[in-house]
Write a protein that binds this ligand. Structure first.
Ligand SMILES: [Fe+2]
Length: 434
């Protein structure tokens, strides 16, 4: 028996209760709410609905860990066992999930692109695609998909926010800002639109305006997932560091970012990147690295997308774990050597030098860091992460040139980086260091 969910998408073997659970899940996932995990109990209670099983399996994508993604196996198996009378959309969804959970993000994305082309009101497919676009840095394809999704769902502020964020990732910040504000007009608590604006303010060096607005938004974040609190706080911290204002960043780190869900990769990512940005701005929070190291060791051992390896190896290198770092870089190279096609570029041509350059920077080997990072920066998006997250690599290159005493190259690189934007106190600090 087929029923439709609140977006008009046909769902096989669904009771009213299953449709309700599915609608709740999609709403929680898109709004960055606290209740997405309820889909697990619903899927356990209603094994006959393949879309419900697929939705439960999709929660494991957010672990950004292939080992933890194995927890999705029973849900995927149940979904696949119920595909005989399923719709074509459901078959593509389940195949995309299987691919994405196994780390084949390209295959997963091809499926979600097909779904959004043909069933553009399937907002779950658009949200899951957004995660894989983050892991692959395919911002142009992300914009195409989100533009279609937004056209078909103009009433859903969270979908407009996804479209706005895709515009931002393509450096179309004026349009991103307009659309994020349109989403906030529909629902002021559209967290992803607030987040998109933080990227816009950072990218345009509208530092004081961004800090004031994010501080005004901040009291609303706690109603949502800890990811919302931590990631939006990370962005506020990054804006404060443009002013080299360290004390409120230390407070944000301790009060809003680290130590809430320390096993979550998103929290680890926000924490490492903010500590790294603190160091790039000339500050220190040294004691924090040791706390993160036990988590970083496990993450550096996995090969999900190279951005993660680079940041986790940086954190291990900052604790002085040279033997572990050397062993993990060797394992990363082995993994890269085994890749073919597009993945060879991602892992071998970009991923390995990205990790080695990050480690060299952590060790204070500035000439090696600059020489390793410079050639790959134009291609670094394919390693994954957002534009602002990958900013640590760009800034590490600049700071390596400054600290390495390469005055002419450092000045040119910093001027290229500023590219006509208003100059921030942080950029003035780097220029003064030449
Ligand atoms: Fe972000």
């Amino acid at each position: 028996m087929k029923k439709v969910n609140e977006r008009g998408i046909e769902v096989t073997n669904a009771s009213d209760e299953a449709i309700g659970a599915l609608d709740d899940y999609v709403r929680e996932l898109l709004s960055l709410g606290n209740g997405a995990d309820a889909i697990i109990a619903a899927a356990d209670a209603m094994p006959e609905c393949p879309t419900l099983q697929a939705a439960a399996a999709s929660t494991f994508l957010y672990t950004q860990s292939l080992a933890q993604a194995r927890g999705a196996a029973p849900y995927l198996a149940r979904a696949e066992a119920r595909l005989d009378d399923a719709t074509e959309r459901e078959r593509i969804l389940v195949a995309s999930l299987r691919a994405g959970l196994a780390g084949d993000f390209e295959r997963a994305l091809a499926g979600y692109e097909q779904i959004v082309d043909r069933w553009p009101r399937d907002t779950l497919a658009a949200k899951l695609a957004e995660l894989h676009f983050f892991e692959t840095g395919a911002a142009d394809r992300q914009l195409r998909l989100m533009s279609k999704a937004a056209d078909a769902n103009p009433d859903v502020s969270h979908v407009l926010a996804m479209h706005a964020f895709a515009l931002e990732l393509n450096q179309r910040r004026a349009e991103a800002e307009r659309l994020a504000n349109a989403a906030l007009k529909i629902d002021p608590l559209t967290m992803w639109a607030q987040h998109c604006l933080a990227h816009v303010w950072s990218g345009d060096s509208r530092v004081d305006e961004g800090i004031a607005a994010m501080r005004k938004f901040a009291p609303t974040w706690k109603q949502f997932s800890h990811y919302t609190v931590a990631h939006n706080s990370f962005h506020l911290g990054a804006l404060l560091l443009d002013n080299r204002d360290f004390d409120p960043v230390r407070a944000l780190y301790r009060e809003s970012i680290w130590g809430f869900e320390p096993n979550a990769v998103v929290e680890q990512t926000d924490a490492i990147l903010l500590l790294w940005y603190v160091e790039l701005a000339g500050g220190r929070l040294d004691g924090e690295w040791r706390v993160i190291a036990s988590h970083a060791r496990r993450r550096a051992h996995e090969h999900v997308f190279p951005f993660l390896n680079a940041i986790f190896l940086y954190s291990l290198a900052r604790t002085g774990e040279r033997a572990t770092v050397a062993a993990e870089v060797a394992r990363l190279k082995d993994h890269a050597d085994k890749q073919a096609g597009g993945q060879k570029k991602v892992w071998k041509e970009v991923g390995v030098p990205l990790a080695e350059g990050s480690v060299a920077f952590a060790y204070g080997e500035y000439d090696r860091a600059a020489a390793t990072l410079a050639p790959i920066l134009p291609e670094v998006a394919c390693a994954g992460g957002s534009d602002e997250q990958r900013g640590v690599f760009v800034q590490s290159h600049l700071v390596s040139l400054v600290k390495g005493g390469h005055r002419k190259r450092a000045r040119k690189a910093i001027e290229d980086y500023i590219a006509g934007r208003p100059v921030t106190p942080l950029e003035r600090y780097w220029l003064a260091g030449i």
